[in-house]
Design a protein around this ligand. Structure first.
Ligand code: HSE
Length: 306
């Protein structure tokens, strides 16, 4: 096989209480990429549609992630990459992660899968380092493993796949403003109090337990962020209203998707998730901000060939 076309899912990182450690892959929105082997060494981004992003290998997250893989491989040739972006950059649903993971996943397939999924996470994290200044793994891990993932440790890297309850649906609304991850990280404090930590890790444990046991009420009770959301939500117009309306419409919980400005909610069942979408849309219609909205099942498989 010399060429592969793939779907690279959007992802929700943090999931309220799990800053930089929890993430989940979505089904309803994602990019497409075509990756092919070439006899020329190195990586060339030959096509990029849908977003205005750099084509130079060293400035493109897919290029940088791909180079990280090549440096660790004895393959003598190279790759061409075409990227068809559907996920907007700076939307908070893992646009850079989709490109970084897609590149390394496809290259690994074309090379006969010499690398483990965990190794691919490490390569893709180099793309995140380029995009945000920090090599966080909470978007790239769920894109590669599928479903929910917990980054239990960064050093050494330890990623734990977590099961997705069958009836869990996500609603994601993207108000059409751009928030760069590097900017929304720069507003964060670097210290927290013990009292904040106790509340936060209680919720992380609760959320993981709820996902393992399909306990929807426990999932809902645990979707609380005492540390990041109070600071970042100020950057997102209408955030508190969207959250209030989503919960009123039956969502289990609601919070900032990744570094924002997208806002996500989880619901039990697709019908509720659609009702939540309608109530979220109304908030932005009333304040006159354009939006995209997605209702999605959890994507248990992650990146796939199409
Ligand atoms: N954990 C990262 C952050 C995710 O919140 O900055 C960025 O998508």
């Amino acid at each position: 096989m010399n060429e592969i076309r793939i779907f690279c899912p959007a992802t929700i990182a943090n999931i309220s209480c799990g800053f930089d450690v929890l993430g989940v892959a979505l089904d309803a929105v994602g990019d497409e990429m075509v990756v092919r082997k070439t006899s020329d060494k190195g990586i060339k981004i030959t096509k990029l549609t849908g977003q205005d992003l750099p084509l130079e290998t060293e400035k493109n997250v897919a290029g940088v992630a791909g180079l990280a893989l090549l440096e660790n491989s004895d393959y003598k040739g190279g790759f061409e990459i075409e990227i068809y972006k559907k996920i907007k950059a700076g939307s908070g649903i893992g646009s850079s992660a989709a490109s970084s993971t897609g590149a390394v996943w496809a290259m690994n397939k074309l090379l006969g899968e010499p690398f483990s999924t965990l190794e691919l996470v490490k390569f893709a994290m180099e793309g995140e380092r380029l995009a945000s200044g920090v090599a966080h793994a909470d978007n790239v891990a769920p894109a590669l493993f599928g479903g929910f993932t917990l980054v239990r440790s960064y050093d050494p890297l330890d990623v734990i796949p977590i099961p997705s309850p069958d009836e869990l649906f996500a609603t994601v609304i993207h108000p059409q403003i751009e928030v760069k991850t590097s900017d929304s990280r720069s507003v964060l404090k670097t210290n927290i109090t013990l009292a904040q930590g106790i509340k936060q890790w209680g919720n992380v444990g609760g959320l993981v337990a709820g996902l393992f046991t399909s306990d929807y009420d426990l999932i809902g009770r645990s979707l609380v962020d005492h540390i990041i959301e109070p600071i970042r939500s100020i950057l997102i117009p209408g955030f508190e209203n969207v959250k209030t309306e989503a919960i009123k419409s039956g969502a289990l919980g609601c919070g900032i998707s990744g570094s924002g400005p997208s806002i996500f909610a989880f619901s039990k069942g697709e019908a509720t998730a659609k009702k939540v979408a309608t109530s979220m849309k109304e908030v932005y219609q009333n304040i006159g901000i354009d939006y995209d909205v997605h209702v999605s099942k959890i994507n248990a498989a992650g990146i796939k060939e199409i």
